[in-house]
Write a protein that binds this ligand. Structure first.
Ligand code: GRF
Length: 200
């Protein structure tokens, strides 16, 4: 059995989509993986209540309590390791609306089992404000990307993408909503494909 740990900072709708798919499709039986818990760097993240509602373990590790990024990341890694004791395979970590940039040391420790969902069609528009930038650039299409996390922000190997049209009169908010609904389908799909590949 493999553990999955999700990291969030806000509403956690992508986390909720993965958790719902895992429960609906019985991932322990069908994918050999279970959701071990959800960690937030903000105690007021709405997603924490959603995770508890789903019967999951949760933890808050507030980045504001750490002066160094590495110290914060090491506390994250300790919590993940604590939930992963006794597992057959090392945990798969999913960044789901997690708004902290993880350190190269954290990436190295979890190399090849650290995924992120980003609201653009990478390599276009890494970083923030992706929807407004797509509109300002006159893009006809936008979307989301699930990728492996590397030390370079929003640049790792792409595991899956979803595409949506940019419609006349779109605002960043209306485009974000259209992309987010696709993210909720894309992330569970990409995670299942990753799990299948990792058990070969
Ligand atoms: C999503 O668009 C995600 O791609 C981005 O933050 C947005 C909110 O995510 N990183 P969530 O609802 O907190 O999962």
């Amino acid at each position: 059995m493999r553990n999955i740990v999700l990291l969030i900072s806000g509403g956690g709708s992508n986390m909720a989509a993965v958790v719902a798919a895992a429960q609906r499709e019985d991932w322990p039986a069908t994918q050999g993986a279970r959701i071990a818990g959800v960690i937030s760097n903000r105690a007021d993240a709405g997603g924490l209540a959603v995770a508890r509602q789903a019967g999951l373990e949760t933890a808050t590790i507030d980045h504001k309590n750490f002066t160094e990024r590495e110290a914060f990341d090491s506390a994250l890694a300790q919590q993940i390791a604590q939930w992963d004791v006794g597992a057959d395979l090392p945990a798969l970590i999913l960044l789901a609306g997690f708004m902290r940039i993880v350190s190269p040391a954290f990436v190295a420790l979890h190399q090849g089992r650290l995924l992120n969902i980003h609201p653009s069609l990478l390599p276009a528009f890494p970083g923030l404000h992706t929807h407004q930038r797509a509109i300002d650039a006159g893009c006809r299409f936008a979307g989301a990307t699930v990728h492996e996390v590397t030390a370079e922000l929003d640049h790792g190997p792409i595991l899956g993408q979803a595409v949506v049209p940019v419609l006349p009169g779109d605002s960043a908010a209306s485009l974000a909503a259209r992309v987010l609904s696709q993210e909720h389908l894309l992330y569970p799909r990409a995670v299942k494909a990753f799990l299948r590949r990792s058990i070969g």
